[in-house]
Ligand binder design. Structure first.
Ligand code: ATP
Ligand code: MG
Length: 406
């Protein structure tokens, strides 16, 4: 008899959302994620998805599960997941298999309880009886164990379903959140820093499908700086799924701003241009919002006054999931999602190339708009959009390294 994986997505996450859509999108994301791993069959019932490996031997099935689990842990919308053993729908088979199967987890626990879920009402034992009898079997084998029904170290679950019974314990936490694709699309302004990949990850966790836009200013910013941002896209795809990456030529814009505008307004004007260009590119992928990695007060362009001036050009919402987080909190997440080591590679960003000596901390919108009148805004935006290149970082390709240029 084989092991399978049980995926729990939790009832709470379903509130206010169309349950079927939620399940279908989650299942589609799971199938995509496991496509390269091997053959699996999928079934869903009662807030659970059952993933069964399809291979000839137990060893091959086990290897498939080993490969699937770390991938599944990066899929948003999964609250918890566990391996489970499939048994005959027969209590003596369940009891006999439970002991070796639970050996490791119960040897390391002090207390446990058994829960039974009896989807097949034709099964001759009722749930309390299954719990009591299996509990007795386990107690007589694992002498150190005690039952604790309120706060057990381990919950052993027995599910009696259509074709099989399943035993599982040791649930692992999933990535949580909502399945990518259930909340619409958004355009992430992706620099090479620590913050913006984390911001994209956080919004993908709330169900947004992410595209990314990067502003590059060659030769002030190097090819290696752009490759670093592409590497960040690759790091994000296991979580966010395949992603479009747009690279905007920003050199000329920065040179014009430096030539034509007061230095103290340079950063805000540049950020307003980034917003304007990003929201135009956002239309390509039908993105309903922009995402940035800004955090209140982190730098001069992230004061409330500066954000007000930047926001004034935005016609779609600008989502700033890091706005209330400290750098250490952001760094912790970036380590967890494995973008940190790439983010700290020491390549320059276009924002840092022309940093004014004394940026305005409290810019006023009318002053900014007056400074902006000195440049041909619409032409600059149109040119930058026209010169933008696109790459797709397809999940099945990034797993093997590299994006596809289109
Ligand atoms: P990060 O770690 O994300 O680079 P930061 O602290 O360096 O953030 P800024 O350089 O002020 O902050 O940028 C704020 C936000 O503006 C970034 O989080 C990102 O969303 C966006 N941004 C900055 N530079 C670029 C760029 N070259 N291309 C695309 N987006 C950018
Ligand atoms: Mg930056």
């Amino acid at each position: 008899m084989r092991e399978i994986i049980l995926i729990k997505y939790g009832e709470l996450a379903l509130k206010g959302l169309n349950r079927n859509t939620f399940e279908d999108v989650l299942l589609r994301n799971i199938r995509r994620r496991l496509k390269n791993v091997g053959a699996f069959s999928y079934a869903k019932a009662q807030s659970t998805i059952y993933i069964t490996p399809e291979a000839d031997t137990d060893a091959e099935c086990s290897a498939l599960l080993d490969a699937a689990l770390p991938r599944l842990k990066k899929i948003f919308g999964i609250a918890a997941l566990s391996r489970a053993l499939a048994c005959e729908k027969d209590f003596s088979d369940i009891a006999a298999r439970a002991i070796p199967y639970l050996q490791d987890v119960l040897s390391n626990a002090k207390t446990f309880k058994v829960e039974a879920k009896r989807a097949d009402k034709a099964f001759p034992m009722k749930s309390p009886q299954i719990c009591a009898e299996l509990g007795g079997v386990l107690l007589s084998h694992f002498h150190h164990l005690k039952v604790n029904v309120t706060e057990p170290d381990v919950i052993v679950t027995v599910e009696i379903r259509d074709t099989n019974a399943y035993i599982h314990a040791a649930k692992e936490r999933g990535a949580g959140g909502l399945p990518v694709g259930t909340a619409g699309n958004a355009m992430l302004l992706l620099s090479g820093g620590i913050d913006s990949p984390v911001a994209g990850w956080m919004m993908a966790k709330r169900g947004l499908r992410i595209s990314a836009v990067h502003f590059a200013a060659p030769p002030y910013t190097s090819e290696r700086a752009r490759l670093k941002v592409e590497a960040l896209c690759e790091k994000l795809t296991p979580w966010c799924g395949s992603m479009a990456f747009y690279c905007v030529p920003f050199t000329e814009i920065q040179e014009v701003l430096r030539r034509e505008c007061p230095e103290e307004y340079f950063t805000i004007l540049m950020r307003r241009l980034m917003m304007e260009i990003a929201q135009q590119i956002a239309k390509i992928d039908d993105c309903g919002a922009l995402i940035t990695g800004e955090s209140l007060g982190q730098v001069a362009s992230q004061t409330l006054h500066a954000l007000t001036c930047t926001d004034a050009v935005a016609k779609i919402p600008v989502l700033r999931p890091l706005i209330g987080l400290d750098k250490t909190e952001i760094t912790d997440i970036s380590r967890k999602i494995d973008t940190f080591e790439t983010s700290i590679l020491p390549y320059e960003d276009c924002c840092t190339v022309f940093t004014p000596r004394h940026p305005k901390l409290r810019p006023k919108l009318d002053e900014i708009e007056a400074a902006q009148a000195a440049v041909n805004w619409d032409d600059m935006v149109a040119q930058a959009v026209a010169g933008t290149t696109k790459k797709i970082f397809a999940l099945h390709v990034t797993e093997n390294g590299g994006g596809i240029l289109i």
